[in-house]
Structures are given as structure tokens and as C-alpha cells.
Design a protein around this ligand. Sequence first.
Ligand SMILES: Cc1cc2nc3c(=O)[nH]c(=O)nc-3n(C[C@H](O)[C@H](O)[C@H](O)COP(=O)(O)OP(=O)(O)OC[C@H]3O[C@@H](n4cnc5c(N)ncnc54)[C@H](O)[C@@H]3O)c2cc1C
Length: 379
Amino acid sequence: MVKNSADVLVIGLGAHGSAATYNLSRNGLKVIGFDTYHPPHDMGSSHGQARIIRKAYSEGPHYVPLVSRSYDLFFQLQELTGTKMINITGGLQVGRKGSLRLSSIKESADMHGCEIEFMTADEVRSTWNIFEPEDNMDAVLDIMGGAVFPEKVIDAHLQLARINGADLKFNHKIVNWDASSSGVRVETESGDEFFGDKLIISAGAWAHKLCLDLSLPLSIERQVLFWFNPISNNDMFLPGNSPNHSWEYESGQTIYIQPNYGRGVKAAIHHDGLEVDPDTLDRNNVLRSEEKKLISIIRRYVPSLPGEVIGRSVCMYTNTPDLEFIIDFHPEHSNVLILSPCSGHGFKFSPVVGEIAFNLLTEGNSEFDLMPFSINRFT
Ligand SMILES: Cc1cc2nc3c(=O)[nH]c(=O)nc-3n(C[C@H](O)[C@H](O)[C@H](O)COP(=O)(O)OP(=O)(O)OC[C@H]3O[C@@H](n4cnc5c(N)ncnc54)[C@H](O)[C@@H]3O)c2cc1C
């Protein structure tokens, strides 16, 4: 094989690119992967210690087969590495009576046999003394809800890929690529060229900048995460003593809170951020108004939580207009695969997306229904 060439080139080694690189290299393909930074890092969308995983999927039943496979793969990765990758605590979603979100969870559970438990506000209060739902609220407990640990998962996928022979080029930003029926080429910022048979673009919040010809309708949304020391009831915020929980404080608007995995209790407002450019985003400053808004919502439902803020972090969602993913070949190039599963809920799918990438690139298809994630839905 010519120097600087591989079966597959991968641009972006975050959640999905690292999983794809692992799966391709595990199956004997020669892969060269590139990342602007040194993943896992805190410049993209995959930092912050823990990500929620849940099975009875409120975003639609079509996600359940995918996430079910991801559960298996997270457990396999945990066994292979001896490192904790996934923790099942249950996941509680609390919403107004008749909330669309809660009925969508039921629909997914009914269709795919996911284990859930409906709870009244009284039942929630008496089960966990830290929760104070309003009387006009109901809740659903997803028994398989829990957390996965993004930095550990990405690191493991990359380390295993390297053992399998993948060539990982960190601190290598790709500034150009092209493709023809005979292969693909990428060019780094310093002018080096690399060649391959196929290309994966898994560049997260930068994906649209690498696919300008497609005018992908991706909007990048600033998200701010906070870690709290509880005011009281510290033990109740430990994993195992309470589930992760999300609260629909207004119709369709939620906050989510995760147990304390060592850095404090993490909380954030889901989708409430400004549209930003990933290259100019201020990652160092969090507005006092952002903090105050979150704290005032938490006080309503989990009043013993919002004590001292001990950590803050800025992250990005890469949203499509319908909040579904993009997993599809470039419309002009059947050897270029675009992976953008985000819209604020993509991490839990990264292991299965890695498998799908392998199947698409080697067999041209996948056992999963990828129609909802096609690029031509935008045209
Ligand atoms: C605050 C927050 C909370 C979230 N919570 C959840 C949750 O609870 N559950 C869940 O399932 N999902 C959640 N998500 C979504 C999930 O984290 C993302 O969907 C997922 O991490 C996106 O992975 P990615 O591979 O697309 O992007 P990233 O992991 O950001 O990877 C993209 C990589 O591409 C690299 N790159 C970009 N451009 C180039 C270039 N030109 N050359 C080389 N490299 C390049 C970047 O450096 C980066 O490493 C959350 C996201 C955020 C921001």
C-alpha cells in the first residue's frame, strides 16, 4: 500500500468517528483517522463526564432497535477494557399530565417491549424524597435508563483501534477533501495529502463546514453544563440512590440532572442555547443569566440540589431541523459516508453507529432502518 494511503480515511475522531475507526480496524481494514485536537477533548460535543442513555425512546420508536444494540456494545466494551462504560440507575422523565413526551415513551415501550413504570406525582415524591413534582405532573421511569461515560468510551475506541493497526493523526486538521469513483483524498492544514478508497466525515459541529457543497441545514447550538454540590441530602444524589431525571418545566422544554459521578451533580437545560459558530464559540465564559435560569427551575423540582456551583462547561449540539440524525452517503459520492448523529441525543448511539459505518462501507447496507437519517429528506 502506498505511504499515506488506507482503505478508509476518517475525518473527526470524536464519539462517532472513534467508534467507526474501531469497527473498521477490528475487521481488518486499514484506517487513517484525523482530528484537529487530541480526543477525547472538550472542544466539541462529547465532553462532560456522563451522557444519558435510555431505551424507551421519546424521540420515536425507530430509535429503540439502534439503542438496544448500543447497550450490548457498551457492555461488551466495558468487559473488554475492564473500565466502567455504562451505569444503569433508571431514568425518570417527569412531564405535565398528557405530555407528548411521556406518551411517546409509552409508544416506544409498547412497540419494543421496553420496561417502564408509570408514576404519579405522589409516587415520585414518596419514592425519592429529593423530588417535588407539581400535582399536575406524571412521570415514567425507564428501568434501563442510566449513564455512559463519553471520554472513557472515546478513549477506549481509539486505543483499541490503534492496537488493531489504525493510524490516528491527532492535531491534524483536514482543510480539504475530494472524491472520485477511483478513491478519496484529504489534505491537512499543513499541506500533507492522504489517499483512501473511502472517506467518513464525522466532524460533529464542523460537519457542515466540510460539506459546503451540500448546504446541510445544521445549526450549532451552545449548551452550558453545570455541576452542583447539593444543599442537603447528598447521599440521595449518588448513582444507585436516585435515577437520572428530566423535568418538563414548560411544554416541550426540559432540564436534565444526572447523579454525582464524582464531579458533582450535573444539570443543564436541554436546547435553550444561542446559535454559534464552533470556530468562534467562547468556551470559557458562562453567563450569570444562564446559571440563574437553570437554578430557578431546579429549585421548583429538586430544591435540595442547587448549592454551590463547582463546575461549568460549554458544549455544542449539532441540530438538524427535525432533530433526527444524518447517517448517509454523500449524494454525489458513494464512497463518502457522512455521520452526524447529534441534535443533543446522539452519544448513546455511537457504538452502533460505528458498526453501521462498517456495514455501509463494506456491504452498502445496514440491518437498521436508516431512512429517517437520509440526506435527501432536506431537499
Ligand atoms: C451538553 C451536551 C449534552 C448531551 N447529552 C447527551 C446525552 O445525555 N445523551 C446522548 O446520547 N447524547 C447527548 N449529547 C449529544 C452527544 O454528545 C453528541 O451527539 C455526540 O457526542 C456527537 O458526536 P460527534 O462524533 O458527532 O461529535 P464530536 O464528538 O464533537 O466529534 C467531532 C470531532 O471532529 C473533529 N473535527 C472537526 N472538524 C475537523 C477537521 N476539519 N479535521 C479533523 N477533525 C475535525 C473535532 O475535533 C471532534 O473531535 C449531548 C451533547 C451535549 C453538547
